[in-house]
Design a protein around this ligand. Structure first.
Ligand code: ZN
Length: 376
């Protein structure tokens, strides 16, 4: 069993056994108040909890249950006018504490939801009034659901329904735009992977040949040696990729392209004639998938090399590992602290030998993930 240990300041250790951890504590390299996790635990525990004979998932669940139970009892035991106003004043804090404990595993099941609804009902409050006080926790939870759902670059109808259900439940309609833009991107990628081409665009630049269809036109920068050579438009048509700019235009027949992939914000195209061409573009993942789809449509699958992390690689990351990463990183980008557009990122890409363990996975926002593409 692999144990991950982390200090409050972010120092990370891993150990193979409890004995090894005990030895590290004795040696003073690890403190009892540091946090630890292993596969199977629903959340991080302290090293002291881990080393106690009662440690384990059951104990953590029992503790979470007790806290919720105690809070509910404290509320129910009060009576009278003073008690009612006290209850109202504290309901929101009891509610948000309980909600936060329930959401730690990245899920809200029916029985948990029932406990919450009962708590609100007993206090004579309205659900919407109470949840409106818990928006930061609920917003993080929705982002957790979303990052989890798209970690395999596919989104099932069930995952989508679940996300929308929770947006309604917590009155977070202002998140719809953010969520929908992520969903649209993932949907586009799934369709392209299933060889479904989007509708062609009604655009006819002068250089278009009859019978040639335009699938994408996007503002892009042509990059060489990490510098912008020129800015222009990248066109993807049924037969070529055309970068049109005042200077340094690039024309790549689809037939000559051997590989299309993206890293961060960069689209990399390898062609038999011109080697690797790099473009900075707003949706490089969608663009790479589109080109791969057109290459397959041209029936040259034998030449296509997949690079980067494939779906299968990503799927091997267990839900428990994703949850542990989410909790360790506080549901925020580890680079800039932003909570928007969070993604699970392999520190060392799987394609470069990186593992699917917690120590190799972190939370990054889309922007920082994009910036990372430049470095690796
Ligand atoms: Zn960031």
């Amino acid at each position: 069993m692999e144990y991950s240990i982390q200090s409050p300041t972010g120092l990370r250790f891993s150990a193979e056994s409890l004995d090894e951890i005990s030895a590290a504590v004795k040696a003073g390299t690890v403190s009892l108040d540091w946090h630890a996790w292993h596969e199977g635990l629903p959340k991080w525990v302290t090293v002291s909890d881990l080393l106690s004979p009662l440690h384990g998932a059951a104990k953590v669940r029992e503790l979470a249950g007790k806290t919720a139970g105690m809070l509910a009892k404290a509320g129910a035991g009060l009576a009278g006018f003073a008690a009612t106003s006290y209850k109202k004043a504290t309901l929101k804090s009891r509610f948000s504490t309980t909600l936060a404990a329930m959401l730690e595993d990245g899920e809200l099941n029916d029985s948990e939801l029932q406990v919450l609804r009962q708590m609100v009902e007993e206090a004579g409050e309205k659900w919407q009034n109470v949840v409106s006080e818990c928006q930061p926790i609920a917003t993080k939870f929705i982002r957790h659901l979303l990052a989890d759902a798209i970690s395999d670059s596919e989104l099932t109808a069930q995952e989508e329904t679940q996300i929308h259900y929770h947006i309604q439940l917590f009155g977070l309609q202002e998140m719809l735009q953010e969520v929908d833009s992520v969903i649209q991107r993932v949907r586009k990628i799934s369709a392209l992977r299933a060889n479904i081409l989007p509708k062609s665009l009604q655009l006819a630049p002068a250089w278009l040949v009859s019978g040639e269809a335009v699938y994408l036109r996007s503002q892009a920068d042509f990059i060489k040696d990490s510098k912008i050579v020129s800015s222009g438009d990248l066109w993807v048509t049924s037969t070529r990729v055309e970068f049109v700019a005042p200077k340094a235009s690039v024309s790549l027949p689809m037939k000559s392209i051997r590989m299309a992939n993206h890293r961060g914000a960069f689209l990399n195209l390898t062609s038999s004639k011109r080697g690797i061409r790099v473009f900075c573009i707003s949706e490089p993942g969608v663009c790479a998938e589109l080109i791969l789809c057109l290459m397959r449509a041209g029936n040259r699958t034998a030449n296509i090399t997949m690079d980067g992390d494939t779906r299968q690689d990503r799927r091997l990351v267990s839900k428990e590992t994703r949850n542990a990463v989410w909790i360790r990183d506080g549901g925020q980008c580890v680079e800039c602290g932003s909570g928007d557009y969070i993604e699970f990122d392999h520190i060392i890409p799987v394609a470069k030998g990186g593992s699917n363990t917690i120590n190799n996975i972190q939370l990054l926002c889309r922007r920082c993930n994009g910036a990372k593409g430049d470095r690796i």
